[in-house]
Design a protein around this ligand. Sequence first.
Ligand code: PLP
Ligand code: COI
Length: 371
Amino acid sequence: MTQTSTNAPFTFEVTANPNPVSDADREAILANPAFGKFMTDHMVTATWTRGEGWHSGELTAYGNISISPAAAVLHYAQEIFEGLKAYRHPDGSIWTFRPEANAERLNNSAVRMALPELPVETFVESIRALVTADQGWVPGTDAGEKSLYLRPFMYASDAFLGLRPSSEVKYSVIASPAAPIFTGGLKPVTLWLCENFARAGSGGTGAAKCGGNYASALAGQIEGAEHGCDQAVFLDSSTHTYIDELGGMNVFFVTKDGRLVTPELTGTILPGITRMSILELAKEFDLQPEERRVAVQEWKDGVASGDILEVFACGTAAIITPIGELRWEGGSAPSTAGEGGGEVTRGLRQRLLDVQHGRAEDTHGWMTRLV
Ligand code: PLP
Ligand code: COI
């Protein structure tokens, strides 16, 4: 099933922003970017029309978009997105991490949400066009863990209230300088075990990166915050027994007998690119990667018995973040993370960051040069 009628790669016509942010203001933002708060000077846009395919690829000044109040996305949430980062290497060049994997995931999400696929080359080209125009927004190498977060997204813009796949769709990319989403770096986060709300259900859209999944996770996050937690972790919606993932991150367990365990992809979990990369890195850390169902009881028992040594979350925004205490209504499992995360958590995080920031050899061929 695909909504694409013509799917030839295309490029983006560049019109530079006549009023970019001043150098001084940009430098001030880059010194303290937080996450997702400031946008760069430009954006990418393209349109898909049924029968015509993709057209009108442009790179223009960042700015508000105009949309019909009847646009399908506003009513039926026909929308998908991606998240990846651009990193400045010590020689000044700018790279990104596994962009083809993001392009493929975007297309898998598109198929699930009845949106058109985008050629993989065009996805990478859209990133390259934006990062080239906004290269001054990629933090310098003295910036440690900072990067430029890239947010491609696609939405149904058809002005029609009947329920049908949209006949007009917009694709766009915006960018935002970013520090890791958790400001504490290696400070362990406290998780709320969400038993009242599921993020995604069997046969639903959990494996697609669509906006609705994130909206449905917010109630759990609010409940967690009310219990003093940083994030919520969701269970499978059928049995409320197995760990799925966090609202915007996958989860891993390091066991005493040398296994690196993560919940298997059941259709309700987002196939994270960081998750996939960590599974590929396991061997370098003498760990046995394991994708399988993980019961929440196994987590509670494992922490108590010492069979689970470390728990961590991972994703583009989160990088790798140690998980500390797990709380639920009426109970909690203590942290195994110590002050700054366990040894494996720290080692994997450093390794991943070193490859992404060009401080270690890219032996897996994960990096793509943009500028
Ligand atoms: N799970 C969810 C729900 C996410 O939003 C993300 C972030 O993109 C991830 C997992 C991690 O995916 P990735 O490593 O590709 O960023
Ligand atoms: C990402 O890591 O790219 C995400 O999508 C997390 C985001 C929901 C903040």
